[in-house]
Design a protein around this ligand. Structure first.
Ligand SMILES: [Fe+2]
Length: 133
């Protein structure tokens, strides 16, 4: 792959990663059904949604994300990602199966606005939740 093609592809991938949570929130139940999963639109994972929707707690600048999901070598939460208003990437935490699926992040000083959190399961895909800080 030529460098220019690689850079273009990498940028397009990064842009879609940031844009998907916004699109998922804008149109739940439509084109992102069974692509991006939310509490209100769990798609074909409806029976396991309570184990996958990330729980978000904000205390001052401290943001804690927990996925109430059991962890085993065959089935576990892979990562949490935090994106701020306007698609601004804040942080990401990856897990292995021996970890607890809880992550802590620090919001920018004085931040007020939307916080979108993702939680990825190795078997049950990509879950999104947005809250307001
Ligand atoms: Fe799962």
């Amino acid at each position: 792959m030529q460098r220019r093609t690689f850079v273009t592809t990498a940028l397009a991938g990064a842009a879609s990663t940031v844009a998907l949570p916004r699109l998922a929130q804008a149109a739940p139940g439509e084109e992102w059904t069974n692509v991006v999963f939310t509490e209100s639109d769990p798609g074909h994972w409806k029976d396991v949604e309570k184990l996958h929707v990330p729980q978000v707690k904000i205390d001052g600048r401290k943001l804690t994300v927990t996925t109430p999901h059991p962890m085993s070598e065959a089935h576990y939460i892979v990562s949490h990602t935090v994106v701020l208003e306007g698609g601004k990437f804040l942080d990401r935490k990856t897990f292995n199966w021996k970890d607890q699926p809880t992550s802590e992040h620090t919001l920018p000083d004085g931040y007020k606005g939307k916080v979108t959190v993702t939680s990825t399961c190795n078997l049950h895909d990509w879950w999104v939740k947005s809250v307001t800080a």
